[in-house]
Design a protein. Structure first.
Length: 406
């Protein structure tokens, strides 16, 4: 019985992917299947417990049905408690109706007199997590080879449980970090919004030219910090696997227009021209994850505006092909006339993953988020650039074509 004091929740463990098995349930089913072929006994079962309740995870009954999957029993009233509290590496009782430890248990009066063998399942630190058990005819004995097979399977299940424990601990740690980051981000975002609002109000009053410059710097800094907060939260969700994939109808053109509108004020201050180059003859309505696409475009447009002092930033969309699904392979481009970067550095950015901290040779958090989100959409990212001649980044991904019902 795989006893799982692990967070006192064996049910969670039985549904979580680990290693080369999709779940502990799958691993226990494999063990039961193997043992039922090599051991000619009546009943084999694996149970899990939290120290209070003993639960049958998986079982095999050859003729007489003695245990069933999902059956529960108070731990102290089960044979499994005797196995885990036993100092040796196994417990064998030849006749449960006469043995002093089992004769008065309710389970004995329920299933009758049998021989019982239990092997504890333990972690590397010796902590018990469960038992692998055999029930057979009274006085039946296992051979030395059969006992070795049982012990080997118990060791195997111990490793499986430990892998699952590590995975659950990692998930719990990841979620606690994400909760902390979310909480801090929301608090900082609230303060930034107030600063942002106060700055906008100040800009409507009579200010000297020097004061206007200061207020412009404050507003730009507030926007940059807000962008950074959003990216940190997005990156944390991606790292912890808390990103949902959504497929809903949305208007691609309107979304692209809204992305550009976020930078209207900044562009006006720099005399930059923001362009939308819409080259789709079909309806702008597609089915996909609008939030992901919006986040990717914001990250790329933000970079383009940041590194373009004169000229323009152009956001465009083209359909590369249409399938019978029907689906469309889209190419969305962000092109600027900014400072540009060397082709070698751009190639490195496109081909390699970097950490979240921007540095020399590191494109920064927004770039990493875009690559990770695009990867989830099975898309590709390419680009061309030359120092002093601007940069063009191309995203290719597939969206379903929205079709109105007749």
């Amino acid at each position: 019985m795989i006893t799982t004091t692990l967070h006192q929740d064996w049910r969670h463990m039985a549904t979580s992917p680990i290693g080369f098995y999709n779940s502990i349930q799958e691993a226990t089913a494999h063990v039961i299947d193997v043992l039922s072929d090599i051991l000619h006994v009546n009943t084999i079962f694996i149970a899990a417990n939290d120290g209070v309740t003993n639960v049958i995870v998986d079982s095999f009954n050859r003729e007489e049905v003695l245990v069933r999957n999902g059956e529960e029993l108070p731990f102290e009233l089960s044979y499994c408690s005797l196995v885990l509290n036993h100092s040796a590496d196994h417990l064998t009782i030849s006749e449960t109706s006469t043995h002093p430890q089992t004769r008065d248990l309710e389970v004995t009066s329920t299933i009758g007199n049998h021989s019982f063998t239990g092997i504890p399942i333990r972690m590397k630190n010796g902590q018990g997590y469960g038992t692998l058990c055999i029930l057979d005819a009274p006085s039946a004995q296992l051979t030395e080879t059969e006992m070795k097979a049982l012990k080997a399977m118990a060791v195997f299940l111990g490793y499986v449980v430990e892998l699952e424990k590590d995975k659950i601990d990692a998930e719990a740690s990841s979620m606690s970090k994400l909760d902390l980051i979310s909480s801090l981000s929301n608090k900082i975002r609230f303060s930034l919004t107030e600063i942002w609002g106060a700055t906008d109000l100040m800009m409507t009053t009579e200010l000297t030219e020097e004061q206007q410059q200061y207020m412009t710097i404050m507003e730009a800094s507030s926007r940059s910090l807000m962008m950074l907060l959003n990216n940190i939260l997005d990156y944390s969700k991606i790292e912890s696997g808390q990103v949902d994939d959504i497929e809903d109808p949305f208007d691609l053109r309107t979304m692209m227009e809204n992305v550009l509108s976020l930078y209207t004020e900044v562009a006006a201050q720099r005399n930059l021209e923001l362009r939308l180059d819409w080259n789709l003859a079909s309806s702008p309505i597609f089915i996909g994850d609008e939030a992901k696409i919006r986040r990717m475009l914001i990250n790329l447009v933000d970079n383009a505006v940041k590194f373009t002092n004169t000229g323009s930033v152009t956001l465009s969309a083209n359909i590369q092909s249409v399938t019978n699904a029907p689906e469309a392979k889209l190419e969305v481009r962000v092109k600027d006339t900014g400072i540009g970067i060397s082709p070698n550095k751009l190639k490195m950015w496109l081909e390699h993953d970097f950490g979240p901290s921007p540095s020399y040779g590191n494109p920064g958090l927004g770039w990493q988020i875009t690559k990770q989100l695009l990867k989830r959409m099975n898309g590709t990212m390419t680009g061309v650039s030359e120092p002093g001649s601007g940069t063009e980044i191309k995203l290719q991904f597939t969206l379903k074509i929205y079709q109105e019902s007749a």
